[in-house]
Design a binder for this molecule. Structure first.
Ligand code: SF4
Ligand code: SF4
Ligand code: SF4
Length: 590
């Protein structure tokens, strides 16, 4: 499409037809202030802060919604524009409580920044500061109506991004209030606690409870990494102050999730209170005592080397980096030749369909068939994407043995015996996607083969890096009772491996590599302390096969080490070249 010529503040600018004035100005590096506008939300022109003067227009126009036209002449900071903008800001400041010095957002508030920019140093109009409620009912965030400027970023984020439609405005004029559902406390509403609304709020009206008042907004650092709580691999920013993690925030340019996070990824990931393992431990006379890394690794290597392959077992979390999983494969499959190699999720099927689709294919589909998966529980951001597609007109059909949180939204919910009918619906659709979970049976897979050329298939596997673990053959059968030496990489699995402690052969020598103390590490003869997800870098392959990079935000605590570092050192103790092992892993193309 050929570009058009416009003039902004006397400067010739090239713009694209269909762009708004704001988009064209931003592309040309010209700043127009905004408040209700957010780059990932559809513009609504509600706050009038972005008003600009357009030659030939009778009134000032909002730059965020007004489209450019050929030879358009625009003034973004003319005296008339500045007067109008100041007037808008004076009205906003005169209503509700904007006493910045006691606000969590002071220093990072977009309203406050605009006040400074336009020199608001006193109240021009009588103030209207009726005391409004603070809704602190959700577990992780709160809504302070006194700070709200009714910009509706939160209502739009909840509707457009999360497709949850919890928030809205009620009443009119000065009585307008933000509300949840039919005006119930947020904590009793349909809110799923994802915190997306908190992330888009320009003022201190919606804040994260955990990190409130812990640091001034301009004093924090951000490190981009990925969430490893499930197999979606959502990109996020770790917000830090003086080496301490304050909170986790959306990263709007993240490739898989585009800024969406769920409650588990945004809030609960920072709530692990289990005691950390900070040094290697070895059992002596029934008691675990500290040991040096040298001694612990030498003992681990000695026991592994002396075990016969049939009696040796490996059980691993899939929340490990691909580098660590690659080293496990080289050590246990290639070198020690044990066939007992299992993952925390037990034996799950691989990915029966190729090529698989991408999570992004959900957007734009006209029919979504959900089989043997519960994304609202297991991969919540995938459930947001499904509901978003439904808002755009997609139909949801489920095949499930028990209802899930998405079932009420389904046009049809079939029992597994009616899979054939669901397949016919896929056949008749224009752009269908099949989203399937690890519980997919062989019979279902066979029926779905009929639409393999028609639909995009998107697996929802359990475990952050299950795709790599399965590709490397670590997803086999494991009988812990049959092993006389067992190497368990528990990582930071939350309780899922603990019941394993009771199934281990009492006479077995057990080595556990983990972040936290647990019944499993109590049972262990040797404990290797591991860095957490915030303390190690590495690569992951998410559920749809996208390669993602995690970055350490913190150094490892105590003497703990990254997963790949421990296994690289163990490989060397076993006489393997860790560098060559990594190269071998790369060659496998995981
Ligand atoms: S936390 Fe999420 S679901 Fe709840 S109101 Fe905010 S955006 Fe909506
Ligand atoms: S709570 Fe924040 S985002 Fe929502 S309307 Fe008020 S100021 Fe805007
Ligand atoms: S969907 Fe999964 S990867 Fe994304 S934020 Fe939630 S737990 Fe983390």
């Amino acid at each position: 499409m050929s570009s058009i010529a416009i003039t902004i503040n006397g400067q010739k600018v090239s713009a694209q037809p269909g762009q708004t004035i704001l988009q064209a100005a931003q592309a040309a590096g010209i700043d127009i202030p905004t408040l209700c506008h957010h780059p990932v939300l559809a513009p609504i022109g509600a706050c009038r802060v972005c008003l600009v003067e357009v030659t030939g227009q009778r009134t000032l126009q909002p730059a965020c919604t007004f489209p450019v036209a050929d030879r358009m002449e625009i003034q973004t900071e003319s005296p008339k524009v500045v007067r109008a903008r100041k007037f808008v800001l004076e009205l906003l400041f005169s209503e509700r409580n904007h006493f910045c010095m006691v606000c969590e957002m002071s220093g990072g508030c977009e309203l406050q920044n605009l006040g400074y920019r336009y020199g608001l140093d006193h109240w021009v109009y009588p103030t209207y500061t009726e005391r409004l409620p603070v809704d602190a009912s959700p577990p992780h965030h709160l809504m302070d109506h006194n700070r709200c400027v009714l910009c509706r970023r939160c209502t739009r984020a909840c509707a457009e991004l999360v497709a949850n439609h919890t928030l809205d405005l009620r009443q009119r004029g000065a009585h307008t209030m933000l509300c949840a559902d039919m005006d119930v406390p947020l904590g009793d509403s349909s809110c799923v606690g994802c915190g997306t609304c908190v992330n888009v709020c320009p003022t201190g009206a919606l804040i994260d409870k955990r990190s409130a008042f812990m640091a001034r907004p301009e004093a924090v650092d951000r490190v981009g990494t990925i969430c490893t709580q499930c197999s979606i691999g959502c990109g996020l920013n770790v917000v830090m102050h003086r080496g301490h993690v304050l909170r986790l925030e959306s990263r709007w340019d993240a490739p898989v999730n585009g800024g969406l996070l769920c409650r588990r990824g945004r809030f609960e990931a920072l709530e692990d209170r289990r005691p950390r393992l900070l040094e290697p431990l070895i059992k002596e006379n029934g008691r675990s005592v500290p040991a040096s890394w040298n001694w612990a690794l030498a003992e681990a290597a000695r026991h592994l080397f002396n075990e016969v392959p049939e009696q040796l077992g490996l059980l691993t979390s899939t929340r490990l980096t691909s580098e660590a999983l690659g080293l496990l494969e080289v050590i246990f499959a290639k070198h020690l030749r044990t066939s007992q190699r299992g993952t925390a999720e037990g034996l799950t099927r691989g990915l029966p369909f190729t090529p698989c689709g991408k999570l992004a294919d959900i957007t734009g589909s006209d029919l979504i068939l959900l089989v043997a998966a519960d994304p609202a529980r297991d991969q919540p951001v995938a459930s947001f994407l499904i509901k978003r597609a439904m808002d755009q007109g997609a139909r949801l059909v489920t095949v499930e043995s028990r209802p899930t949180d998405l079932s009420p939204f389904a046009e049809a919910a079939f029992a597994p015996r009616d899979m054939g009918i669901a397949v016919e619906l896929v056949q008749a659709a224009g752009r269908p996607v099949v989203v399937y979970g690890a519980g997919l049976t062989k019979t279902d897979a066979k029926l779905l083969q009929k639409v393999e050329s028609k639909a995009r298939f998107i697996p929802l596997v359990p475990g952050a890096n299950s795709v790599t673990a399965t590709a490397l053959g670590l997803n086999n059968r494991l009988d812990p009772a049959a092993c006389s030496t067992l190497f368990i990489v528990a990582g930071e699995e939350n309780g899922t491996l603990d019941q394993m402690a009771t199934r281990i052969n009492p006479a077995a020598f057990v080595i556990v590599q983990a972040c936290y103390a647990s019944p499993l590490t109590e049972r262990a003869d040797l404990v290797l302390p591991m860095a957490t997800w915030l303390e190690r870098s590495g690569t992951f392959t998410n559920t749809d096969g996208t390669q993602l990079r995690a970055h350490a935000a913190l150094p490892p605590s105590g003497q703990s080490r990254p997963d790949w570092d421990i296994l690289g050192r163990l490989a060397e103790r076993l006489g393997l070249d860790a560098g060559a092992a990594k190269a071998e892993f790369s060659r496998c193309g995981s």
